[in-house]
Structures are given as structure tokens and as C-alpha cells.
Design a binder for this molecule. Structure first.
Ligand code: GLU
Length: 418
């Protein structure tokens, strides 16, 4: 890489550039894929509980829809920026392509601190966001979903608000990750972690690692991280030696009981100070002596600075963008196997796709069916990326980009865009 990326979007562009050069991508196709098709900047007025009106800034970025409607989550985060949303929208395009579902890439974000807002304020903000963008989304246009600090309840309010604009009693296909009773899918709750675990099973076969009793550290204990802990413990009796949240981490060499940590988190709002563990920092957690390290929190935590000290042999990226390109090079040289985000955490959007299919069919599958279909997508895509990585002698991230970019480029060609 010639120039060091200055922000997350430049990092996403640098990753695309590498795949484009391996694929000898036509310059016109490459230029289209380097930028989102559209981006919206909106101002959302919200009446706060104390009677004041506050105006929140929000974004929706639509990166590419050659393979199907734009798809991607909405983040509520105090540090949200347009560059982050553009990077995440770009990654959604690759994610949907690599997992081979007929959707494109989009992402939304609102600058706010949901941890300091009341339920009523959050509801008014969620509805206000839809008021600002409803004309540009829809089941055949752009389908939002949950992401960092947004959840099924928020999706429920947003679906309700959109339905009012359309004059329908319910318009479930506009948004995924909804509560079950208003058109959600079984299996969506833990889909990101479960998909990642299916990918880990394939990686372990390839690397000849025994997952039974494996030692696991997990950065992040939100939807993806907590479910990964529960699944690894329940399926493989893994020893979960550390987990963390935005406030810090907890560590116990003998293993934590993730069920108890979940209960503690629900009671106190954080994993920090869990009684059967020592507190550690988020950066200490990354360097623990574990077989498997799941980054399941935020972007750019594994960097050129700490990569050489990471001991885990397998890094399944449940977060989006946790590893910088510099760290990628260091880890690849060391023989660390990364399951890249666009593949590893694609289980969430895959079950979102199932939800969208079930909404339009108005017929709902059972959990076994969702799990089996998810497993099929994860396994097939993992093998396609692994084959590309071995064939081209490149790391799994570059291979995943090559697979994804080739698929999107083919769709653009067949539609006559280039
Ligand atoms: N926010 C999730 C992601 O980054 C899920 C997106 C979706 O379900 O559309 O993949």
C-alpha cells in the first residue's frame, strides 16, 4: 500500500484497490466501486424529556445496488462520522456479495449517545430518522437493520413509522432485525455470532485445531460478543478467559461462565467488576494467551502497534473493520489466520435476508431451517474464500475481497452499467 489510510473510508478504499489490481478490474468499474452511489445527511429534531428541542445529525449511505437493494444497519453512536458510515456501507456491499445473497450495501448512523437517552427520547429519535429518509428506503430500495447501539425495539418503531407514511397497517419488509411478533425471523438474534462460529468450525478443520476446550478471549460483549461466548462455551466447552465492553474487560485464567456474565451485565450495565474475575483493559485483552481471539466490538483495535504481540492463532472478526491493513500484513507474516469481517460477521445480514424473504412470502420458517440455511451460506462462502486464498497465495481478507468484488463487477457488467 503506497499511502497510509487517513480514515476508515480510505482504509476501505485501499482494501478495494488491492483486490482491483489482482482482478485487473477495468478502471471504470473500479472508480464506481470506490465511491458510494448516494449519501444523505439529515437533521433530526427531537423533543427531549425536559421540553427542549435537540437536533441530531444522521446519515444514510447507499454504496452499491448492482446485486439487489441496498442493505445495512443503522448505528447510534456519539463518535459517528460520515467517513465511518461510508466505510461500513462499502463493506456491506462486499459482505452481501461474498455470502452470496441478492442485496447491495448501505449503512446509516446517527450522532447521539443512546446510553444517556430515555426510552421516549430514543423512540422519537428513531421515528425522526425514518421521517427524514423514508422516501429513499423500502423493501426494493434500501433495507436498514440493527447495528451498534440499535436493537429490535428500535427496528419495530422504525417499521411502524414507515408503515404510517405508506398508509399500511404494517410494512415489515422495509427493515430487518424486528421483534418476532411483528415480522422478525427466528434465529436473527444470535445470527452474527452463530454465523461466525460456523466459519470458525471450517477454519479449525483447515488449520487442524481442536475446538473442544479451546481457550477464547472476546473483545466486546454486545449482541455478537456475548452470543459468541455462549455458543463457544455451549458447543465446544471452550474456556472463555476474558470478555469486555466499552468500559473495560474482565479476566479469569480458569474461565468465566458467560451465562453468569450476561446476568451480571443485565443487572449492572457493564461486565466490569464481575466478582469472579480481575479487571483488565481492552488492549490487554487483545494480547492474552488465547487460541482464539474474537474482536467483537469496534473498528481499528488491532493495529501496526499491537499486532506483533497478539498470541491467538485464529482471529474471527465479528466486529466490522477491527484490523488495520498494517496489522493484517504483520499477522499474515506471523501465520495468524484471520477470518475477515465481511465473511465472518455476515451471518447477521444473511438471516436479515431470510427475514426479508419470509416477510415477502408471509410464511415463517422454524429455527432449524434458519440454522441449516445459515450454515450452508457460511460454509460455502468460507470454502470459496479459502480456495481463492490458497490459489492466489494471499491472506483471507484479500481473497474475500477478490471473490466479492468480482461478483459485484459481474453484476454491474450484466446490467450494462459499464
Ligand atoms: N449491522 C449488521 C452488519 O454490519 C447487519 C446488517 C443487516 O442485517 O442488514 O452486518
Amino acid at each position: 500500500m503506497t499511502k497510509k489510510p487517513q480514515n476508515l473510508f480510505e482504509m476501505a478504499q485501499a482494501q478495494l484497490d488491492e483486490a482491483a489490481s489482482l482482478l485487473n478490474l477495468e478502471p471504470g468499474v473500479h472508480a464506481i466501486l470506490r465511491e458510494p452511489i448516494r449519501e444523505f445527511h439529515v437533521s433530526i429534531p427531537v423533543k427531549m424529556d425536559d421540553g427542549r428541542a435537540e437536533v441530531f445529525k444522521g446519515f444514510r449511505v447507499q454504496h452499491n445496488n448492482a446485486r439487489g437493494p441496498f442493505k445495512g444497519g443503522i448505528r447510534f453512536h456519539p463518535d459517528e462520522t460520515i467517513d465511518v458510515v461510508k466505510a461500513l456501507a462499502t463493506w456491506m456491499t462486499w459482505k452481501c456479495a461474498v455470502i452470496d445473497i441478492p442485496l447491495g450495501g448501505g449503512k446509516g448512523g446517527v450522532i447521539c449517545n443512546p446510553l444517556e437517552m430515555s426510552e421516549g427520547e430514543l423512540e422519537r429519535l428513531s421515528r425522526g430518522y425514518i421521517d427524514a429518509i423514508w422516501e429513499f428506503i423500502g423493501p426494493d430500495r434500501d433495507i436498514p437493520a440493527p447495528d451498534v447501539f440499535t436493537n429490535p425495539q428500535i427496528m419495530g418503531w422504525m417499521m411502524d413509522e414507515y408503515s404510517k407514511f405508506k398508509g399500511y397497517c404494517s410494512f415489515p419488509g422495509v427493515i430487518t432485525g424486528k421483534p418476532l411478533s411483528i415480522g422478525g425471523s427466528v434465529g436473527r438474534g444470535d445470527a452474527t455470532a452463530r454465523g461466525g462460529v460456523y466459519a470458525v468450525v471450517e477454519a479449525a478443520k483447515h488449520l487442524k485445531i481442536d475446538l473442544n476446550n479451546s481457550v477464547v478471549a472476546i473483545q466486546g460483549f454486545g449482541n455478537a460478543g456475548s452470543n459468541a461466548a455462549l455458543l463457544m462455551r455451549d458447543l465446544f466447552n471452550s474456556k472463555i478467559i476474558a470478555v469486555s465492553d466499552y468500559r473495560g474487560g474482565i479476566h479469569n485464567e480458569k474461565g468465566l461462565d458467560p451465562h453468569k456474565v450476561v446476568q451480571y451485565l443485565q443487572k449492572t450495565g457493564s461486565v466490569v467488576d464481575f466478582p469472579e474475575a480481575d479487571n483488565i483493559s481492552n488492549s490487554e485483552l487483545l494480547e492474552l494467551d488465547a487460541d482464539i481471539l474474537f474482536p467483537a466490538a469496534i473498528e481499528t483495535v488491532i493495529t501496526g502497534e499491537n499486532a506483533s504481540r497478539i498470541k491467538a492463532k485464529l482471529i474471527p472478526e465479528l466486529a466490522n473493520g477491527p484490523t488495520t491493513p498494517e496489522a493484517d500484513d504483520i499477522l499474515y507474516q506471523k501465520g495468524t489466520f484471520i477470518i475477515p469481517d465481511i465473511l465472518c460477521n455476515a451471518g447477521g445480514v444473511t438471516v436479515s435476508y431470510f427475514e426479508w424473504v419470509q416477510n415477502s412470502a408471509r410464511y415463517y420458517w422454524d429455527e432449524d431451517e434458519v440454522h441449516q440455511r445459515l450454515n450452508k451460506h457460511m460454509t460455502r462462502s468460507f470454502q470459496a474464500v479459502l480456495t481463492e486464498s490458497l490459489k492466489r497465495k494471499v491472506d483471507m481478507r484479500v481473497a474475500a475481497y477478490v471473490v466479492a468484488v468480482a461478483r459485484v463487477a459481474e453484476a454491474m457488467k450484466l446490467r450494462g452499467w459499464v
